[in-house]
Design a protein around this ligand. Structure first.
Ligand SMILES: *Cc1c(COP(=O)(O)O)cnc(C)c1O
Length: 564
């Protein structure tokens, strides 16, 4: 373990529904999972006492490809994951009155802290449906999955004899772990009230969802029928999560410390959950990315040595162009300004914004001022999202060598894109982006952000120095007005600033690339983020008796970092 001064760091069990460690282990859907994977890698680098708890999804989220008509369709390969280690341990949970056995698998080969995965889909199991599809199915499937993650997760820690000081719920999906912690204490003779308060001192919670509809709610009858009450009664469950049972509210009442994932999101989250009585306070810990995973080694070396970074940048750009050529019929030109945009296909991200004035975009593309590369997946059941992708594919077909859509967005394509573009475009409606992390991955590679001010961007790039900001007013203005203002700002900044700098002032461009790397490579790293989790959340929340020791250790950890 890391030298931690006079104190001991608390042992943390980190719960998350998805993990993005490597594209060969597809048990993630997007940003939440990649963040969890990056956190486990940083914890491993820094030798911090963290174990991850998750689910071995047999069918992935979706592998999504494009058909002749330009519509996305989904494939669900059945992975056997024989490279994931079997611990030989299994745990049992009750789902809808039936006993479900989950095998405990271990992943530690991606430079990550140990990740234990619950698997109900082993050969011979009749309950494989529960851990088949990440975010698939309806409310009862979701509750079953959350019983496995939360209740099964606590039981696997007991079965493996891992002594945990702090349980971290990364998003509300893990809330039933709190219910299991309460049940355990009541089984030892504590009252519900005492068990609840004692559990709160062991739990911290991170919220990621600034959109009301994204916060999961469950019907109490369904929760009870599925077995999520876990020995508690209606009144006790209602006091924790309300009626209907709101997973985020429940998490806020089951923890002693909570955080949002950027400073701006902190403001949004505190307003959003102000009405929840007896909730933990919400602080901000801005997300970060695992630099060794996402940063080009050539770029890093050139940056550190103060050497030319254009050459390594062009090497990354050529890798992207080669991939584009191999996977589409388009031939990109390495001399042309390349703008990337890869996001989940949801309407607030406005992936089509740049196309909304056909006259302007038409001339920019035809005069070869820039080329555009898009990627992203829609949720398999989301027709609106699939339409967004189809619209992008139609643009790809209309502007053959100037616009491409790369199908089946995953960590591998993300890596190529955030290293090989010149500019990373981000224009969601505000304030709907909690943090965003792909822009951080771009920034550490000297790929310049062109972005509205939301999420992490509020703390990151400076206009004209380390990126460009579409800094229009958005307080209390409706989406139509935001669309108009942002579209005008986007074209203005592109035409008056980004394009001239790229083609006419290459030295200024290189200065901006270096400023971008300098600005981002520590403060938007998962190393900084995981230190802050220890300092501001785990050590402070850790149990009474050892509080001072934990605080000393947390302070030591944070005073010995290389933050400027
Ligand atoms: C980084 C990453 C994300 C998250 O990107 P956002 O900017 O938060 O949308 C999603 N998917 C993959 C594959 C990633 O690598």
């Amino acid at each position: 373990m890391m030298n931690s001064g006079n104190g001991r760091l608390p042992q943390v069990a980190y719960f998350c529904m998805e993990y993005g460690l490597d594209s060969r282990l597809p048990i993630y859907a997007g940003g939440l999972g990649v963040l969890a994977g990056d956190f486990l890698k940083a914890a491993s680098d820094l030798k911090l006492p963290v174990v991850g708890i998750g689910i071995l999804w047999r069918n992935d989220y979706t592998e999504q490809f494009i058909n002749e008509e330009g519509w996305p369709y989904d494939l669900y390969p059945n992975y056997d994951f024989d490279f994931v280690k079997d611990t030989g341990v299994s745990v049992k949970v009750q789902v809808a009155g039936k006993e479900v056995t989950c095998k405990v698998k271990l992943v530690d080969q991606y430079g990550n802290a140990p990740l234990y995965l619950l698997d109900a889909g082993f050969e011979g199991s009749e309950e494989g449906w529960i851990t088949r599809k990440l975010y698939g199915g309806g409310s009862s499937e979701r509750i079953a999955q959350e019983i496995v993650l939360g209740i099964g997760g606590v039981r696997l820690l007991r079965a493996l004899n891992i002594n945990v000081d702090i349980y971290h719920f990364n998003e509300g999906h893990a809330v039933l772990a709190g219910i299991e912690l309460i049940r355990e204490k009541m089984a030892q003779g504590m009252t519900f009230e005492d068990a609840w308060q004692a559990t709160r001192r062991q739990v911290v919670f991170t919220t990621h969802t600034p959109v009301e509809a994204g916060n999961e709610k469950h019907d109490h009858r369904e929760l009870e029928r599925m077995g999520a009450y876990n020995g508690l009664n209606y009144e006790e469950m209602r006091r924790i999560g309300g009626d209907p049972f709101n997973m985020t509210e429940a998490a806020l009442r089951l923890c002693s410390a909570a955080n949002a994932v950027s400073n701006l999101h902190g403001h949004t989250a505190r307003t959003m959950w102000r009405h929840v009585k007896d909730a933990a306070a919400i602080i901000s810990i801005t997300n970060g990315v695992h630099v060794p995973t996402w940063q080009s080694e050539d770029i890093a070396r050139a940056f550190i040595k103060g050497e030319d970074i254009w050459q390594p940048h062009m090497k990354e750009k050529m890798n992207l162009i080669k991939y584009v050529h191999e996977h589409t019929d388009a031939r990109f030109n390495p001399e042309i300004l390349t703008v990337g945009f890869a996001r989940r296909a949801v309407s607030y991200k406005r992936s089509d914004l740049i196309f909304r004035d056909a006259r302007v975009i038409d001339s920019l593309l035809k005069e070869k001022k820039m080329q555009l590369v898009f990627s992203g997946k829609a949720h398999p059941d989301d027709v609106e999202g699939k339409k967004i992708i189809r619209d992008l594919v139609l643009m790809d077909r209309k502007y053959r060598d100037a616009v491409v859509f790369l199908e089946n967005y995953n960590m591998e394509t993300a890596r190529l894109l955030v290293r090989g573009c010149d500019v990373w475009l981000n224009n969601p409606l505000r304030p709907l982006e909690a943090s965003g992390t792909s822009g951080m991955k771009a920034a550490i590679n000297g790929v310049l952000n062109l972005s509205v001010v939301d999420g992490w961007v509020g703390e990151g790039p400076q206009h004209g120095v380390s990126g460009w900001l579409l800094d229009t007013h958005h307080d209390n203005i409706n989406p139509e007005k935001q669309n108009l203002q942002d579209l005008q700002a986007l074209y203005r900044v592109l035409i008056e600033e980004v394009i001239p700098t790229y083609y006419e002032r290459r030295d200024d461009w290189l200065d901006m690339m270096r400023a971008s790397i300098d600005m981002s490579h520590y403060i938007f790293s998962a190393a900084r983020m995981s230190r802050e989790y220890f300092e501001l959340m785990y050590c402070r929340a850790a149990c009474e008796g050892e509080k001072t020791a934990f605080l000393t250790a947390g302070g030591y950890l944070c005073n010995n970092r290389f933050r400027s």
